[in-house]
Design a protein around this ligand. Structure first.
Ligand SMILES: NC(=O)C1=CN([C@@H]2O[C@H](COP(=O)(O)OP(=O)(O)OC[C@H]3O[C@@H](n4cnc5c(N)ncnc54)[C@H](OP(=O)(O)O)[C@@H]3O)[C@@H](O)[C@H]2O)C=CC1
Ligand SMILES: N[C@@H](CC=O)C(=O)O
Ligand code: NA
Length: 430
């Protein structure tokens, strides 16, 4: 049996997918059954790593999703529109979907999966989270026996690449970002990566699978890496931490409604934690549940080849299932119909790191300790590290405390005459 593919997009990922599909030797035999019928792009004259004849390459994306001979549409455009509309149109035409588009799935998964279930087609998205790392399929198929309580991930290759190089070579942010773009890691608008939005899309998708409910994407707290400075990277290092952009989903079984904590933020990770040594474009996802305990998935999170590996794996899955008839595979469909409640950020408990600039006078450290104590913030350490512009640089690391109480203590500290500035606040992984 041969299945006809319509590929939307021939950029970094689309080019990688085409290269794999066109060289099936020594790969899975089902690749022989996948044939590229049409490829949609914006600019026919752009140089490409793969050259298709004019009857395959087109700028008319509608002609792809409406083509009665195409069985599977592979959406690799990126962005919200026209990707969302084209996916829905293809589903309405009875086509299966493979997509790498976490922005669309995390925001419009509800309508896309509802439409797919009605049409009896698959929507597969292994490439949408953590690039080449198999994590969607394990969550759907291999971890179902577990009561999962926490998913912690480094889910954005671009920011991990930037933070790693800032840490290792003290390089310039803009230059390192330009390298990430050149290597094909960054989104079309790199602020999607830098501001944590891409990681938030991905943790929303993982949380939906891990906790069996839909996630309102705008309820995911999201802070990117713009606030991370070389000074904080250096202090974190002295204190035994490395700074990573973490995406965290946690189910608090003690809450009556089993509400979820969902957040993305730069985090001080202890150097002996498994996520601390995940460097460069690599991603990792640490899943903790009962009875399994912890399992970590690790590998390349972005780039043409890694992402193509995940896209083609989804295509192989569909090609394997189609001969079995119209019955949808229960482990590969998404049938959630309720939204998970989310814990407000002020109630989320965390450890914190804060760097303050204060007058170098006797008693200042005592005043800081008193302010924290007024709000029940227990300190693990409070040290004056150095002098900067005649001001004492003070670094505080707390024990676990509710975000709301920590913020109230900081507000009181900011109002002290002897405190010049709260220069940075970061969370610390327990
Ligand atoms: N890059 C990566 O490492 C990863 C990317 N992803 C996801 O994969 C998807 C694709 O990313 P990537 O390959 O990097 O993106 P690129 O920008 O490299 O490629 C996008 C492709 O889509 C085409 N395209 C975009 N909009 C239109 C439009 N309106 N009409 C016609 N063609 C259009 C472009 O055409 P043209 O070439 O003519 O401009 C280009 O070929 C995104 O959803 C991204 O988030 C997921 C995991 C990793
Ligand atoms: N821009 C993304 C690409 C993969 O999803 C990243 O850097 O991780
Ligand atoms: Na993946």
């Amino acid at each position: 049996m041969v299945y006809q593919l319509g590929i939307l997009g021939l950029g970094t990922v689309g080019g990688g997918v085409a290269q794999v599909l066109l060289t099936p030797e020594q790969r899975h035999p089902l690749l022989q059954e996948l044939q590229i019928k049409k490829v949609g792009v914006r600019d026919l004259d752009k140089p490409r790593p793969v050259n298709f004849p004019p009857e395959i390459l087109t700028t008319d994306l509608q002609s792809i999703v409406q083509d009665a001979e195409i069985d599977i549409v592979v959406e690799l455009l990126g962005g919200l529109e026209p990707a969302r509309t084209l996916i829905l149109e293809a589903i309405a035409q009875g086509k299966h979907i493979v997509t790498a588009n976490k922005a669309v799935i995390s925001r419009f998964g509800d309508e896309i999966f509802t439409a797919a279930n009605q049409a009896g087609v698959y929507v597969m998205l292994e490439a949408a989270v953590a690039g080449g790392i198999p994590v969607i399929q394990p969550l759907k198929q291999s971890l179902g026996a577990n009561r999962i309580h926490t998913v912690t991930g480094i889910l954005n290759g671009t920011t991990n690449y930037i933070l790693t190089r800032m840490q290792q070579e003290k390089g310039d942010f803009a230059e390192i970002l330009a390298d990430a773009q050149r290597l094909g890691y960054a989104e079309a608008d790199p602020s999607t990566d830098i501001d944590g939005l891409d990681a938030a899309d991905k943790i929303a998708i993982l949380a939906s699978l891990a906790f069996g409910g839909r996630i309102a994407r705008d309820e995911v707290y999201c802070q990117g890496i713009r606030s991370v400075t070389a000074v904080d990277i250096a202090y974190a290092d002295k204190l035994g931490f490395v700074i990573k952009l973490l995406a965290i989903a946690h189910r608090d079984f003690s809450q009556a409604d089993n509400a979820l904590e969902l957040r993305v933020h730069p985090t001080l990770v202890p150097l002996d934690h498994p996520l601390a040594s995940v460097n460069g474009v690599h991603n990792a996802v640490l899943i903790a549940g009962e009875p399994l305990g912890e399992v970590m998935f690790y590998g390349p999170g972005a780039g043409a080849g890694a992402t193509a590996s995940a896209v083609v794996a989804d295509l192989i899955n569909i090609a394997a299932l189609l001969p079995m008839g119209n019955q949808s595979h229960p482990l590969l469909t998404c049938t959630h119909d309720h939204y998970c409640p989310i814990v407000p950020l002020a109630q989320v408990s965390s450890r914190f790191y804060a760097r303050l600039l204060a007058e170098d006078h006797p008693g200042v450290l005592g005043k800081l300790g008193t302010c924290f104590g007024n709000y029940g913030v227990s300190l693990e350490s409070l040290v004056q590290i150095g002098i900067k512009d005649d001001l004492a640089e003070v670094v505080v690391v707390t024990h676990h405390v509710c975000e709301g109480e920590f913020r109230q203590a900081l507000d009181e500290i900011k109002s002290l005459i002897s405190v010049n500035q709260v220069a940075s606040v970061l969370r610390v992984l327990a």
